[in-house]
Design a protein around this ligand. Sequence first.
Ligand code: A3P
Length: 343
Amino acid sequence: MATSVPAPAGPVPFKDVENNLDLQATTVPAERSLEEHDDAMLLVSALPIKLAAGTKLKLRCYEGFWLPERFVPAAVAMQRRLVPRPDDVVIASLPKCGTTWLNALAFATMARRSYPPAGADHPLLRLNPHECVPFLDALLAEAGGEARLAALPSPRLMYTHMPHAMLPRGSKKVVYVCREPKDTAVSLWQFRRSAHPEIPFGDTFDSVCDGGSTYGPFWDHVLGYWRASLECPDRVLFLRYEELLRDPGENVRRLARFVGAPFSEAEEEAGVVRGIVELCSLGSLRNMEVNRTGLMDGLGFPRKALFRKGVAGDWANHMTPEMARRMDEVVADKFRDTGITFQ
Ligand code: A3P
């Protein structure tokens, strides 16, 4: 009698699944009809538009947030069609808040039984973290994206920059990472400079302060997840980049407990947490060939631009005291009485 081979338990590297994907054989969920596609296009063209500071990236204001124009259909798909699985885990963040790092840590933590962190064939040694964890915003904006997502074994690990209100209704496990806004603004500017070296910092800075930077206003983005984490701490885990820097091991443990896969005593004794932290450290990821060369799939920027200084407080090297004061005032004003501070 033939024994059935069990399907591999997720998360598995998205890139590997994509490479082996036979869409004909996949159970394809309802995709956008042509009519829906036309509706989405009509909706997008009616939204307020502007360019992201110093770039050619078109942003549209959808439900109060400045989303990249080409990702607006993904927001619509998430809200209207995507049916989450009960064990899905979604990483959420604003750009430049430590998404790549958290993707790597979450993947290494959740997949540790299939891929021990010290293993010579660990996927993070040959794939960029964003190739292991699919980016919902880009994927769901493309035809066939939902089918590619459906091909992933459970539990699925995915990431998004969308605000909380745009996540699929019924998402059960969301891990958000936020970062001190002045450092985020500097990181965003440095990242953009990897493609446009001439961009002045002032334009990016102004757009962040005014609430018009990509996926902004940043305060509404952060507050959406913050409030959800207070209301439903079992559903939304709220992390901070600075805390990850201070104590990555303890945050990896929190993450593991949150997704229902706490480290056993035997794992602790065997140094599994330390192994994950080391594998995903900036020094380790930055030095991997896959992260030093090439461009991000579909997004077109150099992979190495994802790994820069990785510290807290770099803003002081780029902002005048007036700029820092202005940003701090925005933060004090927008986060007053919310319980969030960035000190
Ligand atoms: P800096 O530009 O301040 O160095 P994102 O992944 O959301 O785009 O965030 C990028 C920021 O995270 C960059 O910050 C980058 O250097 C930092 N980063 C990337 N990988 C990291 C890691 N393994 N550890 C710490 N910081 C990391």
